[in-house]
Design a binder for this molecule. Structure first.
Ligand code: V47
Ligand code: SF4
Length: 361
């Protein structure tokens, strides 16, 4: 018989929980008990320190051939609001970021029908030429698959070329939800969950670290969230290449799902439970990130008591969540993040992209 006490005993003695136990936690009503258990796991791993970084997002284009239904960011090439930055605009943004103390440039964008592979290599070289100290975290597994197609290369060959041009690591986007049926409804044109995982295995084999996300709060059931985390945990057992897990709270504005919100979904309780259960279930992930852009600053701050040890970064120019109605600010200053962590009674630690501590505040 599964009970909270049996799960708690297992987790506190450092043992792994199963999918049925994760589901039990999702259905268990005592949010604070789940949070306390997740916090105890986090404290064992990371103590009282909370990571953040100083970074800047660059979304080089919103023109995308995939047109996922949940995505309010993408446009067709001839639609109003469609844009593509040239390399000079990317350079300016990287320069600005450098002057603001950034250590990371996070680049993701739409699957553009016409840009050549050389554009992506040039973009990487350009950012690196601004400063070799800027780490470029770029391209989801979905983009890697698309770029390999454009270049006519295998995934390992594509990764090698991108790495030579300055790619430092990969963000975790494009994972969405792995369940095939839901995925077909959400984003029929996107690569499958299996393909996403296979590409990430290649990424890790190429010696690159990556992140992993899960888009939740749309059409999926709780079982689908657990299935998603199970597949990530299995791959992590094999490669150890994931640095952090980031649940992304779905923002429904300007999407067809706006009116279909399920009871309880999109609530603060759901966000905190999802983060806490991720911390408990994903015992082979060192870091769990509360992405304040999608959660809002207040839930992200409270999440620090629910097993979270990473708040992402300063971001500066966010489009994907804000085009879909996120009501968080566009950017947070370093001092604001430091304050937010301090006011939660924790120790702010600025990190680099690869989770090396740079400065303790
Ligand atoms: O893959 C798209 C998601 C992702 C919506 O790795 C949406 O450090 C919510 O992956 N509501 C891109 N989410 C962003 C991403 C990310 C962000 C911050 C840090 C990192 C990291 C990765 O955004 C997409 C998709 O899953 N997304 N539309 C939406 N309406
Ligand atoms: Fe394109 Fe990514 Fe938006 Fe899907 S989520 S439409 S792949 S930009």
């Amino acid at each position: 018989m599964i009970s909270f006490a049996s799960i708690s005993e297992k987790v506190r003695s450092g043992r792994r929980i199963g999918e049925d136990e994760a589901l039990f936690l999702f259905e268990f009503r005592d949010l604070l008990a789940i949070g306390e258990l997740a916090a105890s796991v986090n404290e064992r791993k990371n103590g009282n320190r909370i990571f953040f970084n100083v970074n800047r997002h660059i979304n080089h284009t919103n023109i995308c051939v995939n047109r996922c239904k949940f995505c309010a960011f993408s446009r067709a090439a001839d639609e109003p609001g469609a844009y593509t930055y040239d390399v000079a605009e990317i350079r300016n943004r990287a320069l600005e970021a450098l002057h603001q103390g950034a250590t990371e440039i996070h680049i993701v964008g739409g699957l553009h029908p016409d840009l050549p592979f050389e554009f992506y290599l040039e973009m990487l070289r350009t950012v690196r030429s601004v400063s070799p100290d800027l780490h470029v975290k770029a391209f989801t597994a979905v983009e890697i698959d698309y770029l390999a197609g454009i270049a006519g290369l295998s995934i390992p060959e594509t990764l090698l070329k991108l790495k030579e041009a300055g790619l430092g690591s990969l963000p975790g986007g494009g994972a969405e939800i792995f369940n095939e049926k839901i995925r077909r409804e959400l984003c029929p044109e996107k690569i499958s969950g299996e393909r996403w995982l296979d590409i990430m295995a290649d990424v890790h084999r190429a010696g690159l670290k990556s992140n992993a996300t899960m888009l939740y709060g749309h059409l999926e059931g709780l079982e689908d969230r657990i299935d998603h985390m199970r597949r990530l945990r299995d791959l992590q057992d094999k490669t150890g290449g994931f640095q952090v897990f980031i649940p992304l709270a779905f923002q429904p504005e300007n999407t067809p799902f706006k009116l279909e919100r399920r009871a309880g979904y999109g609530s603060g309780v759901d966000d905190l439970k999802t983060l806490a259960i991720a911390r408990i279930y994903l015992d082979n992930f060192a870091n769990i990130k509360a992405y304040w852009v999608m959660l809002g600053e207040k839930i992200a701050q409270v999440a620090l008591a629910f097993g979270v040890n990473d708040l992402d970064g300063t971001v500066v120019e966010e489009r994907i969540g804000h085009d879909a109605g996120a009501d968080s600010p566009q950017a947070m200053a370093r001092e604001d993040i430091v304050n937010l962590i301090r006011k939660a009674g924790r120790i702010p630690v600025e990190r680099d992209t690869l989770y090396n501590a740079l400065r303790v505040y």
